[in-house]
Design a protein around this ligand. Structure first.
Ligand code: ADP
Length: 864
């Protein structure tokens, strides 16, 4: 217990798994917490004179499952092993924590999702104190790592850009200086485990040396890190130190990627959610269904899936970079055969990135190392297909891939030669190492499996040496192996024979060589396991040393996979290559919503044209509910976003002036979970847009100002539109059912009205989903209510109220807001009898029902 307490004192914030023989034991609070979370039986250990100690234990073999569950509860688990052989130990066995697993620091497959990175992020704020108006010059250094893939990113961002970055990365764990108060933490951190570290650990000067040493460079310039990046360097230093504590045997991180402002389009949380990029608004367990990523993800490998996700959440901001990507996608689009060959070749490529990391950490199982080898063995066919696709083109992305291509052939060959094809999931489950790799291992196996053969060989050798033709080698349990010589030949026995036993017919001897043989046979199994381990460790070590090469190829394969997947979707779904320009205009011909169109039979989706240009940059989009306003709004956002990702787009043609941000605010996405009213959230989000949007942004607003009274709502919507038109001057689409807003076109020169048309047939409405110039004259809300089955009485009443409102109050939205008294009078209840009468559907009544109703009504009239 003394040893336990020593170790526990250094791992206060983790559940300590304390190895005792074939069990991991937990004590005290750890035991109580774990037994509660894992449903383990809590027992007690008698601790000498002292009180009993709560105890819970789990078998070592079952540990991964328990670790997974604890970590998914957001806990850290420290694994404390016996680090010497208990048989050889004098006194208490030495124990050490060999690894601490946290949500952000794990390489365990069952804690990872193949299609997304698992980030741990360190954050540190530096810079001037906040000014009184709150607009300080704070800069935030961010370092993000995925230890399962070795990915390592640095960025320095302004205080207002940290949220989009964190939402993009969605880290499982945040590492922050202990001074950072929790409530100052960005929203994105609320779901992550927060780990506080001493503030000095974030010091950039000390971190420079640590990083340089870790990456084996003289100075950080070599890594593309400059003086301006100091905050990120500080964060990286703290992160590295923490990771090394968690993984004392070492972490494998690639050289950092430094993200520069302007490289990617920041996508804030509301836009990511509202455009349903990677998770649907409805959420649910199958989060990806009905999302953009679900449509686009035709990748063949996990690293491809992760890269695509990264591209979708961080579209490019630079036109040339986008065009380079589009060139590559177009090559694949135009070479269906090469594309199919590439995808077939990639099909057998497993998660190279994570498999390589495991090798580097000395943690791959035989099966995983073999899978790494088998995946590498496919690289030449991937390259050939890539070459065919590239052809003589000038798609620089493909050229770069091919120029730096490295088949890693000798690594693949060595693994395939060394490890058996059906490799076991754990070392020790023989065979792991193939025959013919190691002479000693082959001998050991021959010894064990073919004991008889070697005995026959020894027998033959001894016969020849002694000239005793009747000499026999035998075995019994008492003496082990022996040489038996008949009486008549005893005079030929050489001096090195040692007598062991006399039998009726002769004598039995042993020789040192025979004893050595016996020893070898008996210990062969043990030795085989040991030798396999040695050979496997050595191989894994050699492979692991090449982790940088392997990771580079994993990324190359991921890039080829992702580009060809985008081409595959484009071909299958009938997308076109968008034309990116540095101009302002956005022109979409026959655009479709990539997700909605897939939910209906082919060609049932109605395509629409949308143009936003300098002198017609704001569109007010009206039309009844269910007409398709939100769909058009989102489809414009998605098409622009897809273009920036470097994807083809669902349209017949698209000209896209490069934007710097896409904002999508959709009404009624209430955030009750965060304890804010819908309206408050809506206003906060709108305010964020008005503060951040520039003339180069695309702003998509759906139903702003809904969560308050009509007059409030119209007024706010009105003012927001004016501001976007006059001050921000950005491309804007505002979908609303306040058709009062269409009057804005009278004053605002670059504002256009459009509506999503409906047809009225036989007093019913028909949704045709077609966009037409001009505002909608009315909302048809009541008709939609009828479709939805509102009772006739309610519909009737609603019509009357609407009529009143339209005739008396809303002749123009610029009219002063009516006094509250008027509004009350307007909605004052009428005589309930009249309401009941109005709601009667005589045709559907039987005479008896009619009589009964009449009686009831007259009673009601007398009582009133
Ligand atoms: P609104 O925002 O006007 O209330 P939505 O955009 O939510 O309407 O569209 C309502 C439904 O109409 C969608 O769920 C979809 O099924 C259908 N729809 C919308 N646009 C189209 C279209 N262009 N073609 C075919 N169906 C569409």
């Amino acid at each position: 217990m003394q040893q336990y307490r020593d170790i526990k004192s250094r791992h206060q914030d983790a559940i300590l798994f304390f190895r005792m023989g074939e069990f991991y034991e937990m004590f005290y609070d750890d035991a109580e917490k774990a037994s509660r979370l894992l449903g383990l039986t809590l027992t007690a250990r008698n601790n000498g004179a002292a009180a009993e100690v709560p105890l819970a234990g789990i078998p070592v073999k079952a540990a991964p499952e328990y670790v997974r569950r604890l970590v998914q509860h957001g806990l850290r688990v420290a694994i404390c092993e016996q680090v010497e052989d208990p048989r050889a130990a004098k006194g208490i066995v030495r124990r050490e924590v060999t690894e601490t697993i946290t949500p952000g620091a794990t390489i365990a497959d069952d804690l990872l999702d193949g299609s997304r990175a698992n980030y741990i992020c360190a954050l540190v704020a530096v810079g001037e104190e906040r000014r009184a108006d709150g607009a300080g010059m704070t800069r935030i250094g961010v370092a993000a790592a995925d230890i399962s893939t070795g990915e390592f990113r640095l960025a320095v961002v302004g205080a207002d850009s940290v949220e989009p970055l964190l939402h993009r990365l969605s880290p499982r764990e945040l590492v922050v200086p202990s001074s950072a108060k929790r409530h100052q933490m960005p929203e994105g951190s609320r779901t992550a485990l927060v780990t506080e570290r001493e503030a000095w650990e974030f010091d950039a000067a000390a971190a420079r040396d640590d990083l340089a040493r870790h990456f084996g460079v003289h100075g950080l310039d070599g890594l593309g890190i400059g003086a301006d990046d100091a905050p990120a360097v500080g964060a990286a230093g703290a992160l590295l130190r923490y990771l090394k504590e968690l993984q004392p045997s070492g972490v494998s991180l690639s050289r950092p990627i430094v993200e520069r402002a302007g490289g990617v389009l920041p996508i804030d949380e509301m836009t990511r959610r509202n455009l349903e990029l990677v998770e649907s608004l409805r959420g649910g367990s199958d989060g990806a269904a009905g999302t953009l990523i679900d449509v686009l993800d035709r990748t063949a490998t996990p690293m491809g899936a992760r890269l695509l996700r990264q591209w979708v959440l961080a579209p490019l901001a630079d036109r040339r970079a986008i065009d380079a990507r589009l060139d590559a996608v177009e090559r694949f689009y135009r070479t269906p055969l090469a594309r199919a060959a590439l995808r077939a070749a990639l099909d057998g490529v497993r998660d190279l990135e994570r498999l390589a990391t495991k090798a580097a950490l000395g943690r791959s199982t035989p099966r995983e190392l073999r899978a790494l080898g088998a995946s590498l063995a496919r690289l030449p066919s991937v390259r050939d297909a890539l070459k065919d696709a590239a052809g003589a083109s000038s798609a620089s992305v493909l050229d770069d891939l091919l120029r730096d291509w490295d088949d890693c052939a000798e690594i693949a060959a060595e693994i395939e030669r060394t490890v058996v094809a059906e490799a076991p999931i754990a070392l020790g489950e023989e065979p792991t190492i193939a025959a013919g790799v190691d002479a000693e291992l082959d001998d050991l196996r021959a010894l064990r499996d073919g004991g008889r053969d070697s005995i026959a060989r020894i027998q033959a050798d001894e016969r020849q040496r002694t000239g005793i033709q009747s000499l026999k080698v035998g075995f019994n349990r008492v003496f082990g192996y022996y040489i038996e010589v008949t009486k008549s030949n005893l005079h030929l026995v050489p001096p090195d024979y040692q007598r062991r036993q006399t039998i009726t017919n002769g004598e039995r001897f042993v020789t040192p060589a025979l004893k050595a043989h016996e020893e070898r046979v008996l210990t062969a199994s043990e030795r085989i396991e040991q030798r396999e381990r040695e050979i496997f460790d050595a191989l894994r070590g050699r492979v692991g040393k090449d982790v940088a090469r392997l990771h580079a190829m994993a990324r190359a394969a991921a890039t080829a996979d992702t580009l060809s997947a985008l081409a595959e979707v484009a071909a299958r779904e009938g997308y076109v290559r968008p034309t990116l320009t540095d101009g302002f205009t956005l022109r979409i011909n026959a655009g479709r919503h990539p997700v909605v169109e897939r939910m209906m039979p082919r060609d049932k989706f109605v395509p629409n044209d949308v143009v936003l240009e300098a002198d017609a940059r704001v569109v007010i989009l009206t039309g009844p509910n269910m007409a398709g306003k939100s769909t058009i709004l989102r489809q414009v956002g998605l098409i622009v976003l897809m273009a920036h990702v470097g994807s083809f787009v669902p349209a017949s043609a698209a000209e896209v002036g490069v934007v710097d941000r896409i904002f999508t605010r959709v009404g009624a996405s209430d955030n009750l979970a965060r304890g804010q009213s819908t309206f408050m959230v809506e206003m906060a989000e709108t305010s964020a847009i008005l503060h951040t949007a520039t003339a180069r942004s695309l702003v998509l607003l759906d139903e702003i100002g809904r969560g308050t009274s009509t007059y409030d709502g119209v007024s706010i919507a009105w003012a927001v539109t004016e501001h976007l038109h006059n001050a921000t001057r950005c491309k804007t689409i505002f979908a609303t059912h306040y058709h009062e807003l269409t009057q804005l076109a009278n004053d605002l020169a670059a504002l256009r009205n459009f509506n999503v048309a409906v047809r009225e047939v036989d007093n019913r409405i028909l949704f045709v989903h077609r966009l037409e110039p001009g505002g909608a004259d009315r909302s048809y809300g009541i008709e939609v209510g009828r479709l939805a089955g509102l009772p006739p009485a309610v519909l009737e009443r609603a019509k009357r109220v609407l009529h009143l409102l339209e005739s008396e109050q809303l002749s123009g939205a610029r009219q002063a807001t009516p006094a509250p008294a008027d509004q009350l009078a307007l909605f004052a209840p009428r005589n309930p009898l009249l309401d009941r009468l109005a709601g009667i559907d005589v045709e559907s009544m039987t005479p008896v029902q009619a009589l009964a109703l009449l009686e009831e009504l007259s009673k009601q009239a007398r009582d009133a």
